[in-house]
Design a protein around this ligand. Structure first.
Ligand SMILES: Cc1cc2nc3c(=O)[nH]c(=O)nc-3n(C[C@H](O)[C@H](O)[C@H](O)COP(=O)(O)OP(=O)(O)OC[C@H]3O[C@@H](n4cnc5c(N)ncnc54)[C@H](O)[C@@H]3O)c2cc1C
Ligand code: FES
Length: 284
């Protein structure tokens, strides 16, 4: 795929009816929007840009980005954690409210490694609210008869996201929690290290990861050490979400192609899914 071509050509701006909003874990909400044209064209790894407020108010002013967790018929699901003002306002919306949303935006996960007779094992590595886009990817892979292995990390057992959805798709899942309340006591990156170490020499894998930046940097390092392809979905603040403000750029190791942005890529447009070995990972 040409990295400068715009996947946002197919994006739609609309008022979507909020169908359901429910608490799925402490401070975490799942929200379904009635958005038929978006649901029919969205791909795993894309996101929606939402004004997190009731239609008759103007605060907060800026949109927030949320990964698409699932497309179900005419609906799009997102899952978010209440972090600050934007997500708090979003959690206060109710079924029947109209939500101003643009999407689907961004470049989806690149699944070209699976266009072969003997596809590699997809390893889905999610931390916290990085899990939703991986659920969408798991669904897309299962639709192609490919079974991933999911490695899910959370702070504690009741913040583990996606385990039910993954089980319903028959996706094997390994868990890690910071406090050891369920699964491995430690980081999800420990699970990745073990899993890649255990792979038989003739087997190959491709890692897809989403989560906090330090986790993604560690995932990229582990994948590189094991000579395993790795794609990450980055989550930066996105003022415009459509490639015009340059507020979301990330530095790449070298120029990927000759355009006005040189070594930089706009996460909203050329991402959020990017190949980890091309990113200039920094301190954050
Ligand atoms: C591609 C992508 C996918 C994401 N997917 C998810 C997801 O699935 N689930 C989830 O919980 N979170 C997701 N996020 C993070 C989410 O968009 C929020 O930024 C995050 O939850 C912060 O919460 P808040 O808006 O309540 O914080 P706030 O405190 O309201 O805002 C956080 C800070 O960022 C600033 N800020 C907020 N919005 C913008 C903006 N548009 N441009 C510049 N600065 C801004 C605010 O001024 C504040 O300083 C995603 C982000 C991206 C980029
Ligand atoms: S958010 Fe404006 S260019 Fe990416």
């Amino acid at each position: 795929m040409n990295p400068t071509s715009s996947p946002t050509q197919a994006a739609i701006a609309m008022m979507a009816r909020l169908v359901t909003i429910k608490s799925v874990a402490p401070h975490h909400f799942q929200l379904s929007l009635l958005a038929p044209a978006m649901a029919s064209r969205a791909l795993a790894g894309q996101f929606v840009h939402v004004l997190p407020r009731a239609a008759d108010t103007s605060d907060p002013f800026l949109r927030r980005a949320f990964s698409i967790m699932a497309m179900r018929g005419e609906e799009i699901d997102i899952l978010f954690r209440v972090e600050g003002r934007g997500t708090r306002q979003l959690s206060l919306l109710r079924a029947g409210d109209n939500v101003d949303v643009i999407g689907p935006l961004g470049r989806p996960f690149d699944v070209s490694p699976f266009h072969v007779k003997q596809p590699p094992l997809p390893l889905l590595v999610g931390g916290g609210v990085g899990v939703p886009p991986l659920l969408c990817l798991a669904g897309a892979l299962r639709a192609r008869q490919i079974t991933p292995l999911a490695l899910i990390g959370a702070r504690t057992s009741n913040e583990v996201l996606g385990a039910t959805e993954l089980a319903s798709m028959d996706v094997r899942t390994r868990l890690a929690t910071d406090d050891g309340s369920v699964g491995h006591h430690g980081r999800v990156t420990d699970l990745l290290e073990h899993t890649l170490h255990e792979l038989p020499p003739e087997a190959s894998a491709v890692v897809y990861a989403c989560g906090p930046y330090p986790m993604l940097r560690a995932v990229a390092q582990i994948a590189a050490r094991h000579r395993t392809l790795c794609q990450v979905s980055l989550e930066e603040n996105m003022p415009c979400g459509i490639g015009v403000c340059n507020g979301c750029v990330v530095a790449m190791k070298q120029e990927q192609n000759k355009d006005d942005y040189g070594r930089y890529r706009r996460i909203c447009l050329e991402g959020p899914a990017l190949w980890a070995h091309e990113i200039e990972w920094g301190e954050r």
